[in-house]
Design a protein around this ligand. Sequence first.
Ligand code: G3P
Length: 222
Amino acid sequence: MKFFIDTASLNDIRTAQNLGVLDGVTTNPSLMAKEGITGQENVHAHYRAICEIVDGDVSAEVIATDYPGMLEEGLQLAALDSKIVVKVPMTEDGVRAIKYFSTHGIKTNCTLVFSAGQALLAAKAGATYVSPFVGRLDDISVDGLALIREIRTIYDNYAFSTQILAASVRHSAHILGCARIGADVMTGPLQAIYSLLKHPLTDSGLAQFLADHQRVAAQINN
Ligand code: G3P
C-alpha cells in the first residue's frame, strides 16, 4: 500500500519524506488555506515546491466548479510538473472533466467520494485515483472502511485500473483497516503515519537492551 501525506505543509512533507516511507502527497483547498497559500502564482509556486520534495504523485485540487473552468485550471496545474495529479470533485462537471483529462493523458484524483456508486462512476470516467473519505463517514456514524471494501470488490470484479486512495484517514486503525482490505493508497496527516511507529514494549525493550549492554560494558572496563 502506498503512503501519501494529506497536507500542504512543506515541513510535514519533508519530515515524512525523510522517514523514507512517502509515496506522494494530497492537498485540498482547506489544507492550502491552512498554510496561508492564496493567489494563482503562490499556489503554483507551492505545488512546485512540494514536487521538489517528493518523488511520487502530488494531488492539486481545482477550485473551479464548472466544466470549462475545471479544464482550464486542471491543464495549468498539470503543466507545472509531471508529478501533478489534477484533483476534481465528484460532481457532474467533475466526472466530465475527469473523462477529458483521462483521454488526454492527464492523471486525476476524483475527490469527495462517499458512495460505491460515485466510485464506480469515477472509474468509468477513467480516474487515476478515487478518494473515498473514510474519516468523514465515520464522523456521521457510517462505516468508512466498509465503503473501501465495497469499492475494492467492484473494482476487482471488472479489473478497473483506478486506484483506491483511502482519504480522510485519521489514525493507525484506519491505516491497518485499509491495508487489510487492499486499498492501493492511503492518505493521512503526519500524525497518522507516526501513529504506526510507537509501541510501549519497543521503548521498554530498547531501554532494557541498552541497560544490559552498559552493565556488562562497565564490568569489563573495571
Ligand atoms: O484531502 C481529503 C481528505 O483526506 C480530508 O480529510 O481529515 O479533512 O476529513 P479530513
